[in-house]
Write a protein that binds this ligand. Structure first.
Ligand SMILES: NC(=O)c1ccc[n+]([C@@H]2O[C@H](COP(=O)([O-])OP(=O)(O)OC[C@H]3O[C@@H](n4cnc5c(N)ncnc54)[C@H](OP(=O)(O)O)[C@@H]3O)[C@@H](O)[C@H]2O)c1
Length: 152
């Protein structure tokens, strides 16, 4: 297959994406891959300094990436994030990647009530609620897709 045909098949030019937890790890790799394929990407994380460092790196690669601070375990911050995404992408989102997640390494018997709440709001509730919030934007794009990053 000619290279241009392959490139066209995988092009994301014109697409928009929100990747949660993109300042490092798997999320950062996803941000870069989507942006290299031509998508406009927005990402978030809690730590502003790490986001700024990642943004500098993406700017040096001339990738079309924006970022804002958001703790996805907070309902109010999730709502604020989706408002930002809607205004950045003119109300249209092609791809939502629910990637932000964390873990507490302890045995089930050691888990306190707040540990359980922290994990559930970060890993599960955030993905559910962000998908709900993104629904009108995904529909408006005409090609909306949601990807959940999970674990075994
Ligand atoms: N790496 C693995 O082997 C592995 C295995 C199984 C599943 N996973 C899943 O894959 C996903 C990514 O894992 P990773 O290894 O790449 O993790 P990582 O290196 O720890 O990166 C996590 C990213 O999510 C952000 N994040 C964490 N909590 C957040 C919150 N409450 N709100 C907003 N952003 C938040 C982090 O930034 P801040 O800390 O600044 O917020 C960071 O950008 C997670 O869902 C994880 O459960 C990973």
């Amino acid at each position: 297959m000619a290279k241009t045909e392959l490139e066209n098949r995988w092009s994301l030019h014109g697409a928009t994406a929100l990747v949660t937890g993109g300042s490092k790890g798997i999320g950062q790799a996803i941000v870069e891959e989507l942006a290299r394929l031509g998508a406009k990407v927005h990402t978030c994380a809690r730590n502003q300094q790490e986001l700024d460092k990642a943004l500098q790196h993406w700017q040096s690669l001339k990738l079309d990436v924006t970022a804002s601070v958001c703790d996805v375990s907070s309902r109010a911050e999730r709502e604020k994030l989706m408002e930002k995404v809607s205004s950045l992408f003119d109300g249209k989102l092609s791809i939502l990647i629910n990637n932000a997640g964390t873990n507490l390494v302890k045995t089930a018997l050691e888990f306190k009530e707040e540990d359980y709440g922290f994990l559930m709001s970060t890993n599960l509730e955030s993905a559910f609620h962000l998908s709900q919030l993104a629904h009108p934007l995904l529909k408006a794009s005409g090609i909306g897709r949601i990807v959940f990053i999970s674990s075994c």
